[in-house]
Design a protein around this ligand. Structure first.
Ligand SMILES: CC(=O)N[C@@H]([C@@H](O)[C@H](O)[C@H](O)CO)[C@@H](O)CC(=O)C(=O)O
Length: 334
């Protein structure tokens, strides 16, 4: 699939009240004549193992609530150059993936792939939805544009009640993208699906040959530790998703992390990863405490995706715009 599927959307207007004036969107880059290379093409370099930080990307929106594709090039450069973060997780929680239309999700996926080409190491596209056909359509699309991985959340209206039901659902999605590494996106605080991941791992490769790992957004470090203990050969990746306690997850063996704060605290969190690897645990703790102090402060004020958009606009100068209802613009809250 080429870039032809993307429509050029409006250049952003003014950012919301309490944030600085937006940086103008860069001039639209030329549409390439050749399509993006599909996975498995002969010129592909071998997959680098995914480790370190992954930014859970924000979906930039215009003041009138449309997705704002023209700022994504600038966003990629900001992550790479200012935050030293070269992996992204697109259309997840922070990206309001479940609040976007299928068409918007495809446009965003295409734009991240296009702008990230030769700059980002891994682009993982979240393709989860409440119904199987939409997940499958998004999985096929992600495969066609050459995504480095796909991830799927558990459906959370009609929920799987046990491991077999969950794996059956995931398998039907993964099989639509048979060459793309597959991640289960475990986020029980939002889905209410609390099936333990260590249980899910049993026999998973037989059912999902592309199974690559888990984006683990839960505070249950016992479950995470048991997963890692089971993963003796190191074939799977465990990416932790509760930024304020990443150090605990590293201690039990997490390979890396996916989170919202790596958009603007990536550089600092990378220093924590370096201190941990050295190892200088006292220094690593100091970095974790700093993130904790910040998050503890903002969580008390009510922290979520809307606030992440406002903070990122403020820190990066890139206009992230308002969130989509039912979330409300944090920069306008009294
Ligand atoms: C519930 C939630 O939004 N969790 C965030 C965290 O990064 C979270 O913002 C951070 O730990 C602050 O609490 C991520 O796990 C979400 C994420 O990675 C995503 O956007 O897909």
């Amino acid at each position: 699939m080429g870039r032809a599927g993307c429509t050029g959307l409006a250049v952003p207007g003014s950012a919301a009240a309490a944030v600085p004036a937006p940086v103008p969107a860069p001039a639209r880059l030329a549409v390439p004549t050749a399509p993006l290379e599909p996975r498995g093409s002969s010129s592909m370099t071998p997959r680098k193992k995914l480790k370190g930080l992954v930014a859970a990307t924000i979906t930039p929106m215009t003041p009138d609530g449309k997705i704002n594709l023209p700022v994504i090039g600038q966003y990629v450069d900001y992550l790479v150059n200012e935050q030293n973060v070269k992996n992204v997780f697109v259309n997840g929680t922070t990206g309001e993936g479940l609040s976007l239309s299928i068409q918007e999700r495809k446009q965003l996926a295409e734009e991240w792939m296009y702008q990230g080409k030769d700059k980002l190491d891994h682009v993982i596209i979240h393709v989860g939805a409440l119904n199987l056909p939409e997940c499958q359509e998004l999985a096929r699309h992600a495969a066609a544009i050459g995504a480095g991985g796909i991830a799927v959340i558990a459906p959370f209206f009609f929920k799987p009640t046990n491991k077999d039901e969950l794996v059956a659902f995931l398998q039907k999605v993964a099989s639509e993208a048979p060459e793309v590494p597959f991640y289960y996106y475990h986020i029980p605080p939002l889905t209410g699906v609390k099936i333990r991941v260590e249980e899910l791992l049993d026999g998973i490769k037989a059912q999902i040959p592309t199974f690559q790992g888990v984006k683990f957004s839960d505070t249950d470090l016992l479950d995470l530790a048991q997963c890692i203990n089971k993963n003796k050969t190191g074939e799977f990746e465990f990416l932790y998703g509760v930024d304020e306690q990443l150090l605990g997850a590293l201690a039990v063996g997490a390979n890396g992390a996916v989170g919202s704060t790596y958009n603007y605290l990536g550089r600092q969190t990378n220093l924590m990863l370096q201190a941990f690897a050295k190892p200088d645990f006292a220094l690593a703790q100091q970095y974790q405490f700093l993130t904790g102090e910040f998050l503890n402060f903002v969580i008390k004020l009510g922290f979520g995706v809307a606030q992440t958009k406002a903070v990122m606009t403020f820190v990066s100068g890139i206009p992230m715009g308002p969130p989509r209802l039912p979330l409300v613009d944090a920069s306008r809250q009294k």
